[in-house]
Every structure is written in structure tokens, then in C-alpha cells.
Design a protein around this ligand. Structure first.
Ligand code: A2P
Length: 328
């Protein structure tokens, strides 16, 4: 199996390499692509040095790539994913370009892996905030039928790539931001991606629409507020959920404890709840602060945290690749 990483020098790209190494995918030939800016850069993968190649239209055919993990921005995905798919490669794309295309599966392996079988050469990796949310929501939806979700996110700067990371680092030294519209150090910015005509940001609408697509339920009522916070890595989310069915809180917690890819950390007497610093560098999603929403009939609040670069991006894409290798 020949595997390529497109955008190998980026924040997610470098994590692709780390996760591929850790999970020991059966790769015969490995290729790292980026733009002309960093072509020639050396990268270590599985104790071997690789030279970053400049991506071009012939790359996929020339190197007979079977699976390509893309994290090189929307423009690169738009241009190169169809070219790759045409040459018989399966693209797992981390950008938002293809996510809402009805012919492209949008997959979180713990939730809807079977959707992978419908792919026509492109599989979309969901938005980082959506991935961690649906890992916790899917088992609850199955058991108690979700009626409405209210998302409030606290998103790390790593989600905005190298530029986001550098804005926080430089901001802490008193330097001006380059990536974000305002200083992020010591601040919370309720603005992720561009504003739309309805007053929401594109990030918020991504969470709304992607959740419905992954959970296969267009009737869900969902609203979101997404906020960039001065945390280097790890997204935190307050998720308020209303169900159609009644539930017993202990049984609901048990349902989360048994869910794949999810770790319950909920012991408030001992100050135990998920934290971005603890979730960083982990592949699982963490949930805690699980409590009844006493303002509605059947509702809860919970706090969901994950490493947005790992489970929110690289790990999820690698899990999709693993599923393809094992099942297709
Ligand atoms: P490069 O290093 O050549 O700019 P991040 O989101 O962390 O900033 O990373 C973006 C990644 O996407 C980088 O690896 C970047 O490579 C890559 N990239 C950007 N534009 C292209 C392009 N046109 N072709 C291939 N890779 C690209």
C-alpha cells in the first residue's frame, strides 16, 4: 500500500506522520507532499528520512498512491482531490471543501464507519469540534433520541494551524496578531472562520450541519457558539442536549462509559473533569460534568474535551485509513 500525506509540513500533517507511526499502518511506500515553499525539507518517518516533494497534478499517478491524507487547505483539496480520485487513490480530506457534498461520506469511525463503503474516491474528515462532539452524542442519540443540541466551544489556537499557534506565542510576548483578527493572549474571540449573513460564523454552521450528516438525522435542532480561547492545544465544549425519551442519569453515564473512543472523567468531589492539558496528545475523547439540565424535561449538560489535532483531525483520518485497509 502506497500512502501519501499532502500538507506534510503543517500542524496536522506532522501529526499524521506521528499517528501513522504509532499505529503502524502497513505502508509499503510513503510520500510527503507540500507546496513549493517547503519542497526539499527533510522529515523523519519510521526512522527513515524523507524529502518533502512539491505536489503537482501527476503526483498521484506517478507514485501510484492508494491512500492520500490531505491537510493542505481548502484550495488544495478542491483542486487535487478529484485528480487523485481519478487515478484510483482514496483521498481522506481534512478540509471543509467536500464535507457537505452528498456524494462524499463524512466519517467518524466510532459513529458511522459503514458510510466509508459509499465513497467515490473522496472521504471527508469532519470539523475538529464536530468529531469530538459526535463521539459523545452518538451513543446517547441511539438510546434516548436527541431532540436539540446547544454547543458552546472553547477552541485552541492549534486549530488555526501554525499561524494560530504563533499568534498565541507571540501575543504572550506582546506582539501583534497575524492570523486572528484580535489579540488572542488573555482573550476569548467569538469568531472562528468567516461570518455569514445570518450572523453565525461558518464554524458554527459546520458544527450544525456536520452533526446532522454524521448522525444521519436532518431533523435535529442544533445551535452553536464557537469561541477561540488562549489555549495552545485541545478543544473544550459545553454541550447541552435535550432528548425525546426519559433517562436515568446513572444509566446515561453508563452508556457513555461503554461508548467506543470515549473516556468518562466525572468525579467532581475530587476535582476530576476533562481538561485540555490532559487530553493533549491523546487519541480519545473525554467527557465529564455530566448533569441533568433542570430547566427542561429530559436534558443534560456535559463537558467534552479532545486533542483537536489528534482525534479532531489526524487520528480520525488515520482511523478511516485503517478501516479502509481492514474492510475494503
Ligand atoms: P508548505 O509548508 O509548503 O506551505 P498549516 O495549516 O499548519 O499552516 O499547514 C498547511 C499545510 O498545507 C502545509 O504543509 C503547506 O505546505 C501545505 N500546503 C499549502 N498549500 C499547498 C499546495 N498548494 N500544495 C501542497 N501543499 C500545500
Amino acid at each position: 500500500m502506497n500512502l501519501a500525506v499532502v500538507g506534510a509540513t503543517g500542524m496536522v500533517g506532522r501529526t499524521f506522520l506521528k499517528v501513522l507511526e504509532e499505529r503502524q499502518l502497513p505502508i509499503d511506500n510513503f510520500y510527503a507532499f507540500a507546496s513549493s515553499r517547503s519542497a526539499g525539507t527533510k522529515l523523519m518517518f519510521n526512522n527513515k528520512e524523507y524529502t518533502v516533494l512539491e505536489l503537482n497534478e501527476n503526483s498521484f499517478k506517478e507514485y501510484k498512491i492508494d491512500i492520500a491524507l490531505f491537510s493542505a487547505g481548502g484550495g488544495t483539496s478542491l483542486k487535487y482531490s478529484p485528480i487523485a480520485a481519478q487515478s484510483g487513490c482514496i483521498v481522506i480530506d481534512n478540509s471543509s471543501t467536500w464535507r457537505m457534498d452528498p456524494s462524499v461520506p463524512l466519517v467518524v469511525t466510532e459513529v458511522n464507519p459503514q458510510d466509508i463503503l459509499t465513497n467515490k474516491g473522496i472521504i471527508a474528515n469532519p470539523n475538529c469540534s464536530t468529531i469530538q462532539a459526535v463521539v459523545a452524542l452518538a451513543p446517547l442519540h441511539k438510546k434516548y433520541e436527541i431532540k436539540r443540541i446547544v454547543y458552546t466551544t472553547f477552541q485552541a489556537v492549534s486549530g488555526a494551524g501554525m499561524g494560530g499557534w504563533s499568534d498565541l506565542e507571540e501575543g504572550l510576548k506582546g506582539n501583534e496578531p497575524k492570523k486572528f483578527p484580535h489579540q488572542i493572549a488573555g482573550n476569548c474571540i467569538p469568531h472562528i472562520d468567516v461570518f455569514l449573513d445570518n450572523g453565525y460564523t461558518k464554524e458554527e454552521i459546520k458544527m450544525v450541519e456536520e452533526t446532522k450528516k454524521i448522525l444521519h438525522d436532518s431533523n435535529l435542532k442544533i445551535t452553536a457558539t464557537t469561541v477561540r480561547v488562549p489555549v495552545f492545544n485541545g478543544h473544550s465544549e459545553s454541550i447541552n442536549v435535550e432528548f425525546n425519551k426519559e433517562f436515568d442519569l446513572n444509566e446515561l453515564k453508563e452508556c457513555l462509559e461503554n461508548a467506543e473512543g470515549l473516556i468518562v472523567q466525572d468525579d467532581v468531589k475530587n476535582n476530576l473533569y476533562p481538561l485540555a492539558l490532559n487530553a493533549s496528545d491523546k487519541d480519545e475523547v473525554f467527557v465529564g460534568r455530566i448533569r441533568r439540565d433542570e430547566s427542561v424535561e429530559n436534558g443534560i449538560n456535559m463537558w467534552v474535551v479532545a486533542d483537536n489535532i489528534r482525534k479532531g483531525a489526524a487520528t480520525n483520518a488515520v482511523q478511516i485509513a485503517e478501516w479502509i485497509i481492514e474492510n475494503m
